[in-house]
Design a protein around this ligand. Structure first.
Ligand SMILES: Cc1cc2nc3c(=O)[nH]c(=O)nc-3n(C[C@H](O)[C@H](O)[C@H](O)COP(=O)(O)OP(=O)(O)OC[C@H]3O[C@@H](n4cnc5c(N)ncnc54)[C@H](O)[C@@H]3O)c2cc1C
Length: 415
């Protein structure tokens, strides 16, 4: 059976790996010249199972409203005459109810834990090096009220079986001495020892090479234009560069934020909307002054992750359609916040800026599974968590294609 995977980001490549392990003939198609060159390229690097709280909650709504329309705020909403944007917003409000929030949190935590152990097994089996650090993740809170909120979230995650501890500022400093030089005021922290970090691009590139060694075919530089249907099933994939469709027995859509555009002509509407984020990567100047634990600054919603001899600063969420242009105000906000936290750590005058479109769903839960077309599958909509959830989602998808129930309690998509 020939399975064609559309997209060579984290989700497409991990799907291809596990599908090949099942014995399928697998082809991956991507418009870029290599794997992980769009949203999976320069993200925050966090493998953050303990931080899967969905954005949609009654607690975050007032904060989102305060930020919503300010140019330099962590979350920015640019209203457009775009039905997809507004219907996504309405669904987001619905997901804020306590019942839905709790259900989404539990589902994401299940998938996150499964993904972490799946990735660790794959690391052991393949020896892939990706500047991994298994030192946990430290969340910092500026105000006492925010710290209390963070501690409540930590207690809830711990109660659900994944330890996340409340720390005083002194305890946080003892854990991460690079914070000694910080010029910001902090009230306290939470710490998730089981989390980690690593370079998603390096991982995906290396995994795609392992896929190729195992017989997966990659067709880079090919743009998917549509799907050819026959008798209610997908028969092939239409590529811009080829006159004839690429024949397929099954197709997996892992096109990130572009997934809804391919599916819409088939009458399949999925609530995935692009949410733009930015990162800055700066070379280290004094490695001892840079954090070795990945840090989340709750006030600015930025993350700081050491990747080899660089510091990656990532964050901000902009609801502005498919625009990937770099806004200088938002770029500079990343560098200036990093300078405040770790003044001597890096050459802040030499940043490499990047932006990517998170494929976000209103519930934060990804769409993994079969569509109403029997041989058309989804592995998309991972939003802020694609790196964290990537391996587990790929393995679960391969199970679903094979007709098995995945070994994780998650509400997979079905017809
Ligand atoms: C600033 C930022 C920080 C982040 N930080 C983290 C983090 O710390 N931890 C975490 O877990 N997640 C993080 N994420 C989220 C994570 O990066 C994404 O969820 C993940 O990369 C999505 O992967 P994907 O494979 O679904 O999409 P993509 O990586 O975008 O892959 C989709 C692929 O489809 C291809 N494609 C699209 N359309 C076509 C077409 N028509 N024809 C052919 N090919 C096509 C693209 O070229 C692309 O390679 C962050 C995201 C951003 C933006």
């Amino acid at each position: 059976m020939h399975v064609v995977v559309l997209g060579a980001g984290i989700l497409g490549v991990s799907s291809a790996w596990y599908l090949r392990q099942e014995g399928y003939q697998v082809t991956v198609v991507d418009r870029q010249p290599g794997p992980a060159l769009e949203t999976s390229y320069a993200n925050g690097g966090q493998l953050s199972v303990g931080h899967v709280e969905p954005w949609a909650s009654l607690e975050t709504l007032p904060q989102l409203w305060r930020w919503g329309f300010r140019e330099e705020a962590p979350v920015l909403f640019r209203p457009r005459l775009d039905w997809a944007q507004w219907s996504w917003g309405l669904r987001f409000f619905r997901e804020c109810s306590p019942t839905r929030h709790h259900r989404n949190l539990q589902a994401l935590l299940n998938l996150g834990r499964y993904s972490r152990s799946t990735q660790q097994a794959l690391r052991r089996d393949t020896g892939i090096a990706f500047q991994a650090a298994d030192h946990g993740i430290l969340n910092l809170y500026a105000s006492r009220a925010d710290w209390e909120r963070g501690a409540r979230a930590a207690a809830e995650i711990t109660r659900l079986g994944y330890p996340r501890h409340r720390l005083t500022w002194e305890q946080a400093l003892a854990l991460e001495p690079a914070l000694e030089a910080t010029q910001a005021h902090w009230s306290g922290a939470t710490y998730t020892p089981g989390d980690g970090s690593g370079d998603a691009h390096l991982w995906t590139e290396a995994l795609s090479l392992k896929c190729q060694e195992n017989g997966v075919v990659f067709r880079f530089g090919q743009t998917v234009q549509g799907l050819e249907m026959q008798g209610g099933q997908v028969a092939g994939v239409c590529l811009k560069e080829d006159a004839l469709p690429l024949a397929a027995d099954a197709v997996v859509v892992a096109l990130g934020s572009y997934s809804p555009l391919l599916l819409r002509p088939l009458g399949i509407r999925i609530p995935v909307y692009p949410v733009k984020g930015y990162s800055a990567t700066v070379p280290l100047r004094q490695p001892g002054a840079a954090p070795s634990i990945s840090i989340t600054d709750d006030a600015s919603k930025m993350v700081f992750t050491r990747l080899g001899d660089t510091l990656r600063i990532a964050g901000t969420a902009e609801f502005a359609g498919y625009d990937t242009s770099l806004n200088p105000v938002r770029c500079n906000a990343l560098v200036s916040r990093a300078r405040t936290l770790f003044p001597d750590a890096a050459h802040y005058d030499r940043p490499t800026f990047w932006s990517g479109l998170r494929p976000a769903t209103p519930s934060n839960c990804p769409l993994i599974g079969r569509t109403r077309i029997p041989n058309l599958f989804l592995n998309t909509g991972h939003g802020t968590l694609g790196w964290t959830l990537g391996c587990g989602s790929g393995k679960a998808l391969a199970d679903l294609v094979s007709g098995r129930t995945p070994a994780v309690d998650f509400s997979f998509s079905g017809p």
